[in-house]
Design a binder for this molecule. Structure first.
Ligand code: 13P
Length: 252
């Protein structure tokens, strides 16, 4: 039985005071029952202070991206080992904003994924199609290309130590959520693509949905057979909103 993971991607938001209120609010309101694991992914400069505030709680820490290189002359970059030392257990790789705005190719993302695994971090691999892709019937082809780059470099065994997040680009920050059925179709496809390599690993890997998840649509999404939680943007910046999504996870 796969557990549910509710992960907050804060993107480039927050400051020390707002983060303190947000983290304290989340920690104070973690739903009883333990069906869902909670994770927050603040910007790099705040990882240490958020780690301190999270200590002793069940809420985990992650980062939003990572260098594909282990160390060296890469000005401005942050290595997976550094993230591990700061207390991160997870790192998001291949978010569509990084692919679209910072030129990350599927090959770069596959290298970041592998660098995360090398440092014993759990990569959260984001995949997803644009509206143009969807309307042109290319959804599965786009996702296959993004997934295959990682499978080619790290194999199914790499996926066994990872989480996947399906984030349709057209649903991110738009208030337009994929319906549970639309999301389920893609999640099932992702799982079957992995199953072609290893059925056991496909059955065990957590696949999150991301894109305008809120307290009032989370339960329908998390109730689908291949949806194992959410990667939350806007609604992860407010403790009540984030906890409402975590609460939905305890009801499915
Ligand atoms: P929103 O929840 O704001 O749509 O963002 C989703 C996302 O990009 C999470 O990584």
């Amino acid at each position: 039985m796969r557990r549910i993971l509710v992960a907050g991607n804060w993107k480039m938001n927050g400051d020390e005071a707002a983060n303190a209120a947000l983290v304290d609010g989340i920690v104070a309101g973690v739903p009883e029952g333990g069906q869902a694991d909670l994770l927050v992914c603040p910007p790099f400069p705040y990882l240490s202070s958020v780690a301190v505030r999270l200590s002793g709680s069940a809420v985990m820490l992650g980062a939003q991206t990572v260098s594909e290189h282990p160390k060296g002359a890469f000005t401005g970059e942050v290595s997976a080992a550094m993230l591990g030392e700061l207390g991160c257990r997870y790192v998001i790789v291949g978010h569509s904003e990084r692919r679209a705005l910072f030129g990350e190719t599927s090959a770069t993302v596959a290298s970041k994924f592998s660098a995360a695994l090398d440092a014993d971090l759990t990569p959260i691999l984001c995949v997803g199609e644009t509206l143009d892709d969807r309307e042109a019937g290319r959804t599965e082809a786009v996702i296959d290309e993004q997934l295959d780059a990682v499978l080619g470099q790290s194999g199914a065994d790499g996926i066994r130590r990872a989480v996947i997040a399906y984030e349709p680009v057209w649903a991110i920050g738009t208030g337009k959520t994929a319906t549970p059925e639309q999301a389920q179709d893609v999640h099932r496809h992702i799982r079957s693509r992995i199953a072609a390599h290893d059925a056991g690993i496909a059955a065990g890997v957590q696949i999150l949905y991301g894109g305008s998840v809120k307290g009032d649509n989370a339960e329908g999404l998390f109730g689908m057979p291949d949806i194992d939680g959410g990667l939350i943007g806007g609604a992860s910046l407010n403790a009540d909103d984030f906890l409402a999504i975590a609460g939905a996870a305890t009801r499915v």
